[in-house]
Design a protein around this ligand. Structure first.
Ligand code: NAP
Length: 280
């Protein structure tokens, strides 16, 4: 890694991605900020000499290749990939259509894979670089109404954790970022939050109640995305990138609770579990 790095950020048209782009620029880095609409990205981040705003829908592998090529043409290299873009298909499992569930996986899971696949040959050739992947507390803690989102983020964590040792021999570091609730546009209906398209009477009341709860949370989330963005730049610029950054007091509490719960579950069935080996 050099002092001034080239960052490649997905989902930079709003929310956390915009803040990461701004924070990296403020720290003196060059930034390739991408989003489905390049003009929206440039407007959100603000024009800057070291900014290249590009159109990239992460569900399109060819677009990912083209965006990486454009990044190299402008800056000659990529040092830090930030897999940030994502959305939220919210609903009880049976009320999400199979198409909606697949769409969630296409964006939150296969999307980062597409972009990482396009960037890795470059990082391997350089024998340096960082892959930073934004997952979620929902990558460790499942809950009603979040089966699609949690499934996509659990998958993303499993992929990233497995990828890290594969990249380490090439001098490429990997970090997952596990945010709690941050005040972005993720809970904005119709753009990032997509409600279930199937109506089932048994779930109608629960759906209405949960939708109201999410609407109430929109704009009230405790986490400040600008502070998270600064923290990510600080970690990236530091000596060794941590493998995981659990971001926000609510995320820390949520993961601690989950760890304790798993430990209780292990203890509750330990004897049975340890009796399962072949007798001879
Ligand atoms: N905010 C939170 O509380 C929270 C908590 C945990 C994890 N996260 C994660 O943080 C990441 C950033 O989300 P955010 O909170 O900043 O939400 P946000 O404000 O809604 O921003 C989402 C970004 O993702 C982009 N995006 C969506 N689908 C895309 C696609 N197919 N191709 C390219 N870009 C796409 C959006 O671009 P368009 O303008 O083109 O739609 C937008 O720039 C997500 O991975 C999210 O799951 C957020």
């Amino acid at each position: 890694m050099v002092d001034e790095n080239v960052w490649f950020i997905t989902g930079a048209s709003r929310g956390l991605g915009t803040e990461i782009a701004r924070a990296a620029l403020s720290a003196g880095h060059s930034v390739v900020a991408t989003g489905r609409d390049a003009s929206k990205v440039e407007a959100a981040v603000g024009a800057h000499d070291d900014l290249l705003a590009l159109a990239l829908d992460i569900t399109d592998p060819a677009a990912a290749e083209a965006a990486v090529a454009a990044a190299v043409e402008r800056f000659g290299r990529v040092d830090v990939l930030v897999n940030n873009a994502g959305n939220f298909y919210a609903g009880f499992f049976e009320t999400l259509s199979p198409e909606q569930f697949r769409a969630q996986m296409e964006t939150n899971f296969f999307g980062p894979l597409n972009v990482t696949r396009a960037v890795l040959p470059l990082l391997r050739e350089q024998r340096s670089g960082q892959v930073i992947t934004v997952t979620s507390t929902a990558a460790f803690v499942g809950g009603a109404f979040t089966s699609a989102y949690a499934a996509s983020k659990f998958a993303l964590e499993g992929w990233a954790e497995s990828l890290a040792p594969e990249l380490e021999p090439f001098g490429i570091a990997s970090m997952t970022v596990v945010p709690g609730f941050f005040r972005t546009e993720l809970l904005v209906e119709g753009s990032s939050t997509i409600w279930p398209e199937l109506e089932i009477a048994d779930y109608a009341e629960g759906t209405a109640q949960t939708q109201a709860a999410f609407r109430g949370m929109n704009g009230q989330q405790g986490g400040d995305p600008a502070k998270l963005a600064d923290a990510l730049v600080q970690l990236s610029d530091g000596d060794a990138l941590p493998a995981r950054f659990v971001a926000g007091a609510d995320a820390v509490a949520g993961l601690e609770q989950k760890q304790a719960l798993v430990q209780q579950q292990i203890e509750a069935t330990r004897a049975l579990s340890e009796s399962l080996s072949h007798d001879a």
